[in-house]
Design a protein around this ligand. Structure first.
Ligand SMILES: [Zn+2]
Length: 236
């Protein structure tokens, strides 16, 4: 039997199982307009103070406009966390959460993986006593595919592991020597190219315009303002 075609759940007019881009735009606009229009009065608005309140609203919105990127990030984060709380109620598959410690000790635990949210949850607890340095974490799907995840992106409700996204401009790249070991050179990501077909490897251009492949390294660069760190990738 053919699988029924999925459509946008809002307009039903696009072949996608997620909300389509035009519905996202319209819905966010309606949502913010409604939220603003429905705000309860913080105090009594009288005939006398109404003009002052009007001016205060306008200047508050103007201040707000100056911090749009931060406000947008905060709202997006809140919405993402609310969505991720719903992960156990959405379709998921049985998978294995693998952490690699101290240069090769593998710890495996049963977990669930939500393909639509790209998060692992219900991770079985296993003893990691005596293990010190976490090298890598990934989710192994039933077919054997490995998805690198990052506990740094832990959300407050204990659903910890999100798929590693692509590099972003300004992330830090550590370069490697001819033996594949990190040398002391690093540069910032200047532009992002395509993802490779295998593994979490992306092509990027450094600020000097040099094209290299990178793979997410564990942790963040404290010296570079806590930016995510990538490692130059060169399989040869
Ligand atoms: Zn739509």
């Amino acid at each position: 039997m053919a699988k029924p075609l999925a459509v946008c759940p809002i307009c039903a007019g696009r072949l996608t199982d997620e909300v389509c881009p035009s519905c996202i735009t319209e819905t966010v606009q309606t949502c913010l307009r409604t939220a603003l229009g429905d705000l309860a009065p913080p105090f009594a608005v009288s005939a006398r103070n109404a003009p002052t309140v009007r001016g205060a609203i306008i200047s508050a919105l103007a201040l707000f406009a100056g911090t749009l990127p931060e406000q947008a990030s905060r709202l997006l984060q809140h919405w993402e966390e609310q969505t991720i709380r719903a992960a156990p109620r959405l379709p998921s598959v049985a998978a294995t959460y693998v952490s690699v410690w101290d240069g090769g000790v593998e710890v495996r635990a049963a977990c669930r993986w939500s393909p639509s949210l790209q998060v692992a949850f219900d991770i079985e607890s296993v003893a990691v006593d005596g293990l010190e340095s976490l090298d890598r974490e990934y989710v192994e799907l039933p077919g054997g595919a490995e998805i690198d995840v990052d506990t740094e992106k832990e959300t407050p409700d204990g659903i910890p592991a999100r798929e590693i996204g692509p590099p972003e401009i300004g992330d830090v790249v550590h370069h490697i020597d001819i033996h594949g070991m990190p040398n002391n050179e690093s540069s910032a990501v200047g532009a992002i190219g395509p993802k490779s077909l295998h593994g979490d490897i992306w092509q990027i251009a450094t600020g000097d315009g040099v094209l290299i492949d990178v793979r997410r390294a564990f942790g963040r660069d404290g010296l570079a303002g806590g930016q995510p760190v990538w490692l130059e990738y060169n399989p040869n």
